[in-house]
Design a protein around this ligand. Structure first.
Ligand code: 4NP
Length: 157
């Protein structure tokens, strides 16, 4: 790996459920591998509704249940994210359509679905926000662990 930092941004609709889980999982994988200082990691929302808030209670409890300490304040994606980050990850096809639509011509960031790296082939991380329980959050966590482990393995090859 080169000495220059790589930068990754996780995106979802509200930045309170899926992208905070993805960011926390990725930060935890970096910590486990001693790579924290080699990466810049952030997450952001497509929409403005929750700017300034913290993650959904169910996202926080899912991370806590997996021993991950995480804090985040919601922000909305900006045009300059497309030139600051090497990778921008979305969770579902709607996220990807939105990112492609917003990306300025010739921008640096590679746009990918997190699930594109899932060795089990589950492409989409479903939005669990309107669920009445936290099962979708735990499922999101597992999908992020599988996919981001594979992504990171690929980066260190
Ligand atoms: P997320 O879930 O995109 O995974 O953070 C959502 C959170 C909030 C809303 C939609 C999805 N919302 O419409 O407020």
């Amino acid at each position: 790996m080169s000495s220059e930092k790589k930068a990754v941004l996780f995106i979802c609709l509200g930045n309170i459920c899926r992208s905070p889980i993805a960011e926390a999982v990725f930060l935890n994988l970096l910590k486990q591998r001693g790579l924290t200082d080699k990466w810049i990691v952030d997450s952001a929302a497509i929409g403005p509704w929750h700017v300034g808030k913290g993650p959904d209670k169910r996202a926080r409890s899912t991370l806590e249940a997996n021993g991950i300490d995480y804090k985040h304040t919601v922000r909305q994606i900006r045009k300059d994210d497309f030139s600051q980050f090497d990778y921008i990850f979305g969770m579902d096809d709607e996220n990807m359509e939105n990112l492609k639509h917003q990306a300025p011509a010739g921008s640096k960031a590679q746009l990918h679905l997190v699930g594109a790296f899932d060795p089990k082939g589950e492409r989409i991380i479903r939005d669990p926000y309107y669920d009445s329980d936290d099962k979708g959050f735990h499922k999101c966590y597992e999908q992020c662990v599988r996919s981001l482990t594979a992504f990171l393995d690929q980066q260190s090859k």
